[in-house]
Write a protein that binds this ligand. Structure first.
Ligand SMILES: NC(=O)c1ccc[n+]([C@@H]2O[C@H](COP(=O)([O-])OP(=O)(O)OC[C@H]3O[C@@H](n4cnc5c(N)ncnc54)[C@H](O)[C@@H]3O)[C@@H](O)[C@H]2O)c1
Ligand SMILES: [Zn+2]
Length: 382
């Protein structure tokens, strides 16, 4: 009896597994709390017990915890610290990492761990894909954005002066470990940024998920681990489906995930990537796409209002008044989805159902921008 009680007390909720079944390189993501304590269970899929743990310098405690768990599981651990952010995705920042791996004698059986947000995942994944023609790597995402989105799908890469993510490769991780306890230290803006990408899955794929996001929103803001775990699990379920359906992003399946991104990227570009968090810009981009969906008669005004009502409640900064339409239209013209000089947008037919539209003219987009500015006037800025 006493034994049973102790077991109940110490039982940790089992992490949730999301499988990414690919022709080659299948792997799983796990979502839970304190999931590194289970590490011994997963290590058999990795080629050795030699870890090269590359981590964001602000994650001192998380790095310590992960390192200790790896040591306890019988691994050797070499750590390399980096400064996270877009500047990490410069060739100049990434190049010294190869030297450090050589100095620490990383070989082809070594396993690289990327501990940090999306910038660390992208840059370290890229290093893992190219060092000695490619090593195994484990993603340990620590921002909500990275947990719900960038950690899955194997898109690794760095930036080029000509544009973001222009140099890179597809290199799937061997394992992704999403510990929601890492999210405790995120700022509200970082939480909102990741949450916006999660809400996106609900809007384009799953109206029940969308409703659940609305219900959980107050708990998400408070960083409640159970609410976060639920949102990460559900998001990765949908992201995994898109990745499995279109591993190399060539068949248009992953294009749906671009909902809100055409206008979102334009806002980021027009403000030099300095003013908005990525997900904040995507949230504004989703509002634009919803308005355009009604303008193009794909979506009813009532449905649009239902979605917009919630999005209006999520506090993100407004586009600075100095930004003018031509600054927004220039990047829309260059969007990578455009084909044969037609402007392609992911729009909505209904909550949970998207449609690709390439019939918008500049005049229509500018009219939509006016409606967007009207809508923005109705909410208080943060
Ligand atoms: N590969 C993909 O499929 C994909 C998809 C979406 C975005 N991305 C990329 O992801 C990047 C953006 O992701 P991000 O916002 O996670 O970037 P990030 O790595 O720059 O992290 C954002 C900030 O949060 C801090 N941080 C990280 N973990 C923290 C924690 N637990 N507590 C407190 N602070 C923490 C970082 O130091 C940084 O200042 C962009 O470079 C984008 O291009 C990639
Ligand atoms: Zn995004």
């Amino acid at each position: 009896m006493a034994k049973k009680k102790t077991l109940q007390k110490t039982a940790v909720k089992k992490p949730k597994q999301i499988k990414i079944n690919l022709p080659q390189n299948s792997y799983s993501a796990y979502v839970g709390e304190n999931i590194f304590s289970d590490f011994a269970k997963w290590q058999k899929i990795l080629p050795s017990k030699r870890a090269f743990l590359i981590y964001d310098q602000i994650l001192i405690q998380a790095h310590k915890n992960v390192k200790n768990e790896l040591l306890a599981a019988g691994w050797t651990v070499e750590s390399i610290v980096v400064q996270a952010g877009e500047s990490l995705k410069d060739i100049q920042s990434v190049w010294p990492l190869f030297q450090q791996l050589m100095d620490k004698k990383a070989d082809r059986w070594s396993v690289i761990f990327a501990l940090g947000g999306g910038s660390v995942g992208d840059a370290v994944g890229f290093v893992a894909s190219t060092y000695m023609r490619g090593l195994s790597w484990v993603g340990v995402p620590t921002t909500l954005l990275a947990q719900v989105d960038s950690s899955l799908g194997g898109k690794t890469g760095i930036n080029h002066p000509a544009g973001k993510n222009l140099v890179g490769s597809f290199h799937q991780p061997s394992l992704v470990l999403c510990d929601v306890n890492f999210l405790n230290t995120l700022s509200t803006r970082e939480i909102i940024s990741g949450f916006a990408e999660a809400v996106k899955y609900g809007i384009v794929y799953d109206k029940i998920f969308f409703q659940k996001c609305i219900d959980l929103w107050p708990q998400i803001l408070k960083k409640d681990p159970q609410a976060l775990q639920w949102v990460v699990e559900k998001s990765l379920y949908w992201k995994a489906k898109a990745v499995v359906g279109d591993e190399k992003d060539l068949r248009g399946v992953r294009e749906v995930l671009n909902f809100g991104h055409t206008f979102g990227h334009a806002i980021e570009k027009a403000t030099n990537y300095e003013f908005f968090q990525h997900g904040e810009a995507v949230l504004l981009g989703m509002k634009f796409a919803i308005l355009l969906s009604t303008q193009k008669n794909h979506l009813s005004v009532q449905k649009a209002a239902q979605i917009l009502n919630f999005l209006q409640d999520v506090p993100v900064p407004k586009i600075p008044e100095s930004v003018r339409w031509p600054q927004l239209f220039a990047p829309i013209l260059k969007d990578k989805k455009n084909k044969d000089a037609k402007l392609k947008f992911v729009l909505l037919k209904d909550l949970g159902r998207s449609v690709l539209d390439n019939s918008s003219t500049e005049k229509e987009l500018q009219d939509c921008y006016h409606s967007f500015l009207q809508l923005e006037k109705e909410r208080t800025s943060v």
